[in-house]
Design a protein around this ligand. Structure first.
Ligand code: GLN
Length: 613
């Protein structure tokens, strides 16, 4: 994103407005229990936002370095989860909100475990679990992790570290209690030093927003495009941030702001909207809980104005059924004879097509099931189309399998189209069905083919139409209204041709240009090359239809490449023969052209319906 668009962006404008709104608020006190922190200017104020796709917005003091303090806690907790494993971590620290201040000395009666990793006691316990593993000291490994989060090399502020190391008696006391309870199982001084150093890591407001955005995008740093954490770790970390991140105001925070968050006594706050963005605010004056006053206000306003609250009903995903159709409003590319069209017009509503979309969760599977089964006994065929589906939770496998059974029990047949985009789901579904002794799901490469299957089913069920009949010339649509003599004359100028299934015959000696075909048996599809190198079909012709009449008469090339889908029989008429016929019997040619015009009109109508849907 360049500077110009960034200034013009409404998000940037909003951050600037919030900065202006709260810059004058001088309430709160800069932390002074760590003497070095007291030197901060209460006016320093920065806001940064980084989206899950790496766009950065910022205003104010976003490049000024300050110490991360307690915002280190979720990061070290994450590192502990990934290196020591969840079980070990949980043995050393619980995940219950304490309702107490960050430096409270409360430990769980009996086990002596700290209540959660977001208060000092819990953080000291998680820090003690970090082994150096290839690094000199645990702190080097921790800094390495934080740097991956921030996307740049971070270091420790030795002044702040020294200051806290000299005065941090309370944290030392907590560490000794933990040592006494065997929660910390090595040298207290080393653990406390590592803890003080990690708290003294220098970051900027922008770094914190990148860290928050990494937590928002499942542990993938959207700026460096590197994976920092596993997805399951991120879920665990965000859960604890949501319930414990803001100490004894965590409940109030979740209620008003509604985002997992963490604050530090140097004045930083991060807040995370999972899947979407990370926010960071830097402003040193703190409230009585030790949270940045301006930080809270900015987060409250942002949550409110951008509707970020995770419990907000506006956060609902889009409905899983994008649109519901029948064969009255959706047709395949297969061209149909008038008799077939009649059947489809009368019974097209007995087909139910559900076009699905988005990320299909468990709840989405349930919604799709109820839409598919609604009035199922009034339909004969159903198609679930997965073209616009981005992902499917595997929890949906038994749900979709059950849907198939229920639909079939109601007497219908069901197919899935474009489900191959989700090979994991498709494989799992069929494995599941095999285990249950059920037939594999019927699938089609795309909705067009699935629709053709539905149409064919309706025609066979309700039509008096013979499936793919072989026609005589007199039964062909091009000879409608001709006398026996005229048909005979026409036939003497036609040449019988046959293609084999799979033949791409156009332009070869099988079908030179400047001629047209009257198809009497088999199917021909007109194909267009698609972007992926394969073919997409434009139309399918059956017996009674013509191919190449427009291009022959207009002298243009054929729109699409014809391919024989099955063995095909047809009559070929060349341009030269049409000329000869015109001289011999102009009336016959007029009738022929009228019939061709009728077919063309039908095809144009089909195309228009396709465009309008
Ligand atoms: N280093 C600080 C302490 O342990 C961190 C506290 C905080 O940021 N809330 O007191």
């Amino acid at each position: 994103m360049n500077e110009a668009t960034r200034t013009a962006s409404p998000v940037q404008a909003l951050l600037e407005r919030l900065h202006e709104r709260h810059a004058g608020d001088m309430s709160g006190e800069v932390a002074s229990y760590i003497p070095e922190l007291a030197t901060a200017d209460p006016a320093w104020f920065g806001i940064s936002m980084v989206t899950a796709d790496g766009a950065v917005y910022e205003v104010g003091d976003t490049q000024r370095e300050f110490t991360i303090q307690s915002i280190s806690k979720p990061l070290t907790f994450a590192l502990a989860l990934e290196t020591a494993g969840e079980e070990t971590v949980r043995q050393h620290v619980d995940v219950e909100p304490s309702g107490e201040a960050f430096n409270s000395i409360t430990l769980q009666p009996g086990t002596g475990r700290p209540l959660n990793p977001m208060v000092n006691a819990g953080a000291i316990a998680t820090t003690s679990l970090i082994t150096p593993l290839g690094f000199d000291k645990p702190i080097d490994r921790i800094l390495n992790e934080y740097s991956a989060f921030a996307g740049r090399d971070l270091s420790v502020d030795e002044e702040v570290f020294g200051s806290e190391n000299e005065t941090g008696h309370r944290n030392r006391a907590i560490a000794y209690l933990l040592r006494n309870a065997d929660v910390v199982d090595h040298e207290v001084e080393d653990v406390v030093e590592t803890y003080f150093r990690q708290c003294s890591t220098l970051v900027t407001c922008r770094d914190l927003a990148v860290i928050a955005a990494t937590l928002a995008s499942t542990g993938f740093n959207p700026v460096t495009r590197e994976r920092v954490l596993r997805e399951d770790t991120v879920r665990n970390v965000l859960s604890v941030m949501a319930s414990c991140g803001m100490y004894d105001s965590a409940g109030d925070w979740l209620y008003t702001v509604g985002l997992p968050a963490k604050s530090g006594v140097a004045g930083g706050i991060i807040a995370v909207l999972p899947g979407q963005l990370g926010i960071a605010v830097y402003s040193p004056p703190l409230d009585v809980h030790g949270n940045s006053v301006r930080g809270i206000k900015v987060c409250e306003d942002l949550s409110d104005e951008l509707h970020l609250h995770v419990m907000s009903p506006a956060r609902r995903p889009p409905p899983p059924v994008r649109v519901e159709r029948t064969c009255l409003d959706s047709r395949s590319k297969r061209l149909r004879s008038p008799a077939e069209q009649q059947v489809l017009a009368e019974h097209g509503d007995r087909v139910k097509v559900l076009e699905l979309q988005g990320e299909l969760s468990f709840a989405a599977g349930e919604l799709v099931t109820s839409s598919a089964l609604e009035r199922a006994d009034h339909t004969d065929f159903a198609v679930l189309d997965f073209y616009a589906v981005r992902s499917i939770d595997l929890i949906d496998v038994p749900i979709f399998s059950h849907l198939i059974e229920s639909y079939e029990e109601a007497g219908g047949e069901i197919a899935f189209s474009d489900v191959d985009r989700h090979p994991l789901f498709a494989d799992d579904l069929n494995r599941h069905r095999e285990k249950e002794g059920l037939h594999p799901v019927r699938t089609f490469a795309d909705l067009d083919l699935a629709l053709e299957w539905c149409e064919q089913g309706l025609i066979e069920k309700y039509g008096d139409v013979e499936a793919d009949p072989e026609l005589s010339l007199a039964q062909h649509g091009a000879t409608l209204g001709m006398s026996v003599e005229e048909i005979e004359l026409l036939s003497s100028h036609l040449e019988h041709v046959e293609f084999e299934a799979g033949d791409m015959f156009y332009g070869t000696e099988l079908m030179p240009p400047e001629q047209m075909l009257l198809v009497t048996a088999g199917k021909i599809s007109l194909l267009a090359k698609s972007d992926d190198g394969g073919y997409r079909r434009l139309a399918t012709l059956s017996p009674g239809m013509t191919l190449g009449e427009v291009s022959m008469i207009a002298g243009t090339s054929l729109a699409g490449l014809p391919r024989a889908d099955t063995a095909v029989k047809a009559w070929a008429l060349t341009e030269g023969d049409l000329e000869v016929l015109r001289a011999k019997d102009p009336g016959l040619v007029v009738t022929l052209l009228e019939n061709l015009l009728r077919q063309v009109a039908q095809r144009v109508g089909h195309m228009r319906a396709d465009l309008l849907r």
